[in-house]
Design a protein around this ligand. Structure first.
Ligand SMILES: [Zn+2]
Length: 197
């Protein structure tokens, strides 16, 4: 039986910093988080986690998709940290394509609820399971064009004074990475092989 593969995509990179606040850059936090998630998955043995970028490089969404295709990923997880000009904005949310069918909605719900349950005791609230049409730009091409089920996690806000502190704790990052790896591995184990969309 083919080993399941998760394509882990750290948001932004290179000259594209993503959100910058309080001395932290989204691109760095995302890379660190995906490395930790991959480490947990690869230790587990049955599900392999591969990164779209291993270092601080700028990647266009088409290149990210091409990589997911090349490795024949069963699931694509894009990891981002959120940000806003409004310092009160806070919380965790996930996105899938607005064209997603029930299968992908159910995968999103299971992974989302798993991560939200971990974050809640830390005071990080649940902003909900969303479609890319509800995102800032109104569409997320990576999610719409992905060759496999794709979910974007907006972990929580780098621009929120309370939430950003959690990003500074290595042990917290580790525990969150473990939770995401566990939730994603559970999806793949249950489905054996995921539906295409
Ligand atoms: Zn981002």
């Amino acid at each position: 039986m083919k080993e399941s593969i998760i394509c882990l995509d750290p948001g932004h990179g290179g000259v594209e910093y993503g959100v910058k606040a309080y001395g932290l850059s989204e691109k760095d936090v995302c890379l660190d988080m995906t490395r930790r998630i991959a480490a947990y998955l690869n230790r587990h043995g049955k599900v392999r986690g591969l990164l779209t970028r291993a270092g601080d490089t700028a990647l266009d969404w088409r290149e990210r998709i091409r990589q997911a295709e090349d490795i024949e990923a069963d699931l694509l997880l894009s990891i981002h940290t959120n940000g806003s000009e409004n310092p009160m904005e806070a919380g965790f949310e996930t996105y899938i394509s607005g064209c997603a069918g029930l299968d992908l909605r159910s995968l999103q719900a299971r992974l989302h609820n798993h991560v939200a349950a971990f974050l809640r005791p830390f005071g990080i609230w649940d902003r909900g399971k969303k479609y890319d049409s509800e995102s800032y730009r109104g569409w997320i091409p990576l999610l719409e064009e992905a060759p496999c089920p794709a979910i974007q996690l907006e972990l929580f806000y780098l621009t929120h004074a309370g939430e950003k502190s959690w990003y500074r704790h290595s042990r917290f990052r580790d525990a969150l990475a473990f939770t995401i790896a566990e939730g994603a591995a559970l999806l793949l184990q249950r489905e054996n092989r995921l539906p295409v969309r």
